[in-house]
Write a protein that binds this ligand. Structure first.
Ligand code: ADP
Ligand code: MG
Length: 481
């Protein structure tokens, strides 16, 4: 454990006895807590990782769970809080931080950190409730009610994205605009933007929040053009919006006209200092076929990435999910699940839900043995991972085409058919979205892929020849994996 004095104001004391000062110190500290808590939605999140060890002769002793918490609390809360203490006591205040070690009496006891899940029951009751707006706003379309900050488990892999989202929702700390959340699929990006929307809705019921996926934005734009309702569309995104949340912005790739429209909406909101949060599966600079002026704007605020969670966080996530779904599950089983699924929280949750469903259907308790068998069975049943390129290669080989034929604009019947088959197989076997597949097939529109997939699905049942082709290719794909 390390201790260090990080505030540079000088100590001016000596006029009060040590004992008196320490009593007054506790009161002044409590008052500063009440003051900061009433002004920050994220106070309890941060102060679950902070312990008050005393305020004597102007020296405020605090302990932080880790360096990240210390830095954040020091930078974002201490200036106001020490100022409050100074006004109440007349002292100039120094903050003496310790970092690490067990926190027995965290200032806040109900924040949803993974550590808290593992901590012994709190020994101190919570300080008085903050003064919060209690007005209830109607639910917002497209939001998952469970995707809240309190249901989000924080760990090293996502703490920056979490803290930045909290700040964007009006918590303490610098607000970055835009906030760009990026990371692989199933790592909590959508969860965090929904959490921001819920929080803002709670605290500022009048705020005009627009949450939309980029795919839907494209569709709405095209529809507005067709219906000649562009002024309405523009008003919605440029004027009647205090908080814009756009999920999966990578889908704007190669949509030049929509990008142009989004660019103007972005600028209008940004200039009016309205918060914009974007999510993406890639960093801004990695977005392909996205206009440079958009890429540079995306990166101009804060880019916060989310990495796959480490084991401790995965354990805490499974616990949290079990608690939310009221699933009774032993610690060893939680650990087994967390060890078996590493890179995607959605799959982690899926494994827990599947196990629970199976256990209740079969009337078997979820023992560790049962869990292991199921995890093993699920992983071998999962379609083996091949890539779009593998499928394209094997389809070309089967139909004796060149690999470039599938990506070309050639509409010759046999080439178009092979292309449709390849699209269908990719959709069946890979976790790719329609727009992703469109891009992988010579930059075609996602609706082209959708209709190709539907067509081959139909032919598979109706036409024995098509069925035979598909089965032959699937055998080759199976052998290639
Ligand atoms: P993404 O948008 O990044 O693909 P989602 O936000 O849809 O991922 O998350 C997938 C699932 O995993 C959701 O059910 C979400 O609640 C859950 N999840 C992801 N990260 C966390 C976390 N840190 N704590 C709790 N649940 C999480
Ligand atoms: Mg998402």
């Amino acid at each position: 454990m390390t201790t260090d004095i990080v505030s540079d104001s000088s100590v001016t004391t000596g006029h009060l006895s040590r004992e008196l000062a320490s009593v007054g110190g506790v009161d002044a500290w409590e008052a500063s807590v009440a003051y900061a808590r009433a002004r920050s939605a994220s106070f309890d999140q941060w102060f679950a990782g902070v312990q008050f060890d005393g305020l004597i002769d102007g020296v405020l002793s605090l302990r932080a769970r880790d360096e990240f918490v210390r830095q954040w609390v020091h930078d974002h809360f201490m200036p106001t809080m020490t100022d409050q203490i100074r006004q109440a006591t007349g002292w100039s205040v120094q903050v003496a931080w310790s970092v690490g070690g067990q926190l027995e009496r965290p200032v806040s006891v109900h924040a949803p950190t993974p550590e808290r899940e593992l901590m012994p029951a709190p020994t101190r009751t919570r300080a008085p409730e903050s003064v919060r707006l209690q007005a209830v706003a109607p639910p917002l379309e497209g939001l998952n009610a469970k995707y809240t900050f309190s249901n989000f488990v924080i760990g090293p892999s996502n703490q920056l994205a979490y803290a930045a989202s909290m700040a964007a929702a009006g918590g303490m700390g610098p607000r970055h605009n835009p906030l760009f959340l990026c990371g692989g699929t199933g790592l909590g990006k959508t969860h965090l933007v929904h959490a921001v929307a819920h929080r803002v809705r709670e605290e500022r019921p009048g705020a005009r929040i627009v949450y939309i996926s980029a795919e839907k934005f494209i569709n709405e734009f095209v529809q507005a053009l067709q219906d000649q309702k562009m002024s309405e569309f523009r008003a919605r995104y440029r004027e009647r919006c205090d908080l814009l949340l756009v999920d999966d912005i990578q889908f704007l790739a190669s949509k030049t006209q929509t990008q142009e429209e989004f660019f103007h909406a972005f600028n209008a909101l940004h200039q009016a200092d309205r918060q914009i949060i974007l999510t993406s599966d890639k960093y801004p600079q990695q977005l392909e076929r996205m206009e440079e002026r958009l890429v540079s704007r995306f990166a101009s605020g804060l880019v916060a990435d989310i990495q796959p969670p480490e084991l401790e966080t995965r354990v805490a996530i499974v616990r949290k999910k079990a608690q939310l779904e009221k699933i009774d599950i032993a610690d060893e089983v939680v650990l087994t699940i967390a060890q078996s699924v590493r890179s995607n929280v959605r799959e982690l949750e899926g494994t827990l839900v599947r196990l629970t469903a199976k256990s209740s259907l079969l009337g078997r308790p979820i023992t560790i043995e049962f869990a292991r068998q199921e995890i093993l069975a699920a992983s071998s049943a999962r379609p083996t991972e091949s890539s779009v390129e593998d499928i394209q290669r094997i389809v070309c080989h089967h139909f004796k085409l060149r690999s470039t034929d599938l990506l070309s604009k050639d509409r010759h019947k046999s080439i178009a058919f092979a292309r449709h088959v390849a699209m269908y197989l990719c959709k069946q076997r890979l976790k790719c979205s329609f727009p992703e597949l469109g891009r992988a097939f010579g930059n075609r529109d996602h609706t082209t892929v959708m209709s190709a997939v539907r067509k081959v699905e139909g032919l598979r049942t109706a036409d024995p020849e098509v069925r035979a082709h598909l089965e032959a290719i699937e055998r080759k794909l199976g052998a290639a994996d």
